[in-house]
Design a protein around this ligand. Structure first.
Ligand code: PMP
Length: 364
């Protein structure tokens, strides 16, 4: 069998080996059915059990209150950039407040503009998106349809430690790159969505957690697959859902519950992993330079530059020679980026930290 390496990709990303092994073991025939998960009807009892378990696991991990629906949708997080305003903004006569603190929130803002009036509540572009705003910097409309933010900006590596306060206005969050990395108070949110391919499962499914009163807002003239209300009523089974991806969500969340021991434990482990890398960056005397301001640094994505850009290529190549792959940074920030999602073992991060120190010393 091909040897596994440490994959620092921003997504699709590393998955828990235990989940992959279970899928491999049961791929030909799910226990009790004799049919592969790839072959099974989405209307079968066996699949109903799988999707219900995936939802129950998410409810347990995130302590999702009963007045929230959990949906498994397609179209990635990008479709949610359009669906959120389509369902919650269109026809309200209000505008939506967007906190723009990185590439993904900017993209969400631009998509929302196609559906209604959008107001920028804060723009981090002048600082090259290297931090999140303070509450006092936000210009919020108390009558807004919702306030939108991105809890973790995957490209810039900035992460909120606490939700922005939106008062009585519903908070809408893109949590694609940090969902399940730590506990969050779901009751503070109106809508939280996340594509799966970083912390939840494989590409192909998007988790949407939405409060009942917002589900009720969906305009009746939307196509059914874009309508939260109809999707919630059909329990995500309006049409054929991504069955395999949902199955993997169940296995990944099983792993979080049974092997990790929940989100508090996961958060502690994630903080330890991130510290290993930030300590190297901070102790490198400028050889490595982080992108985000220390207080807002992401625990999931660690972008950094090498002071001498000529070192970028040998760094990425020599790391790959050691089985540390996908470290090239996003083209808009440059340099390197290590994405260290839940499933990245601390051993992989330790190896990367050791390599960074060694490379820094050799190339001073
Ligand atoms: N939001 C964030 C924070 C992301 O990191 C990404 C993907 N990298 C997206 C949205 C877009 O996700 P998708 O490709 O599933 O549409």
């Amino acid at each position: 069998m091909e040897k596994r390496v440490y994959n620092f990709s921003p997504g699709p990303a590393v998955m828990p080996v235990a989940a992959l092994q279970e899928a491999q073991r049961d791929l030909l025939a799910l226990p009790g059915t004799g049919i592969s998960i790839l072959e099974i009807s989405h209307r079968s009892k066996a699949f109903e059990k799988i999707i219900n378990s995936a939802e129950a696991n998410l409810r347990t991990l995130l302590a999702i209150p009963n007045n929230y629906r959990v949906l498994f949708l397609q179209g990635g997080a990008l479709l949610q950039f359009g669906m959120a305003p389509m369902n919650l903004l269109r026809g309200t006569g209000k505008s939506a407040d967007y906190i723009v603190n990185g590439t993904w929130s900017k993209k969400a803002h631009d998509e929302a503009k196609t559906q209604g009036a959008v107001h920028v509540a804060w723009d981090g572009k002048p600082g090259n998106f290297n931090r999140v705003p303070k509450q006092s910097e936000l210009s919020l409309d108390p009558n807004a349809a919702y306030v939108y933010f991105t809890s973790n900006e995957t490209i810039q590596g900035v992460q909120y430690t606490k939700e922005p306060e939106a008062g009585n206005v519903p908070l809408v969050c893109d949590a694609s790159s940090d969902i399940l990395s730590r506990p969050v108070p779901i009751e503070k949110y109106g809508l939280l969505f996340a594509c799966a391919q970083k912390n939840v499962g494989p590409a192909g499914v998007t988790v949407v957690i939405i409060r009942d009163d917002l589900v009720a807002r969906s305009p009746a003239d939307l196509p059914s697959l874009l309508n939260y209300k109809l999707l919630a009523e059909a329990k995500s089974l309006l049409n054929t859902p991504p069955t395999f991806a949902i199955y993997m969500v169940k296995l990944v969340t099983d792993w979080l519950i049974n092997e990790i021991g929940g989100l508090q434990k996961m958060a502690e482990l994630n903080r330890r992993k991130a510290k290993l890398l930030y300590d190297v960056i901070d102790g490198s005397g400028g050889f490595y330079q982080g992108h985000a301001e220390p207080a807002d640094r992401s625990v999931m994505n660690v972008p950094f530059r090498l002071a001498n850009p000529a070192h970028d290529e040998p760094f990425v190549k020599q790391a790959a020679d050691r089985g540390l792959v996908e470290l090239k940074g996003h083209r808009s920030v440059g340099g390197c980026r290590a994405s260290i999602y839940n499933a990245m073992p601390i051993e992989g991060v330790q190896l990367l930290a050791d390599f960074m120190r060694e490379f820094g010393q050799k190339n001073k």
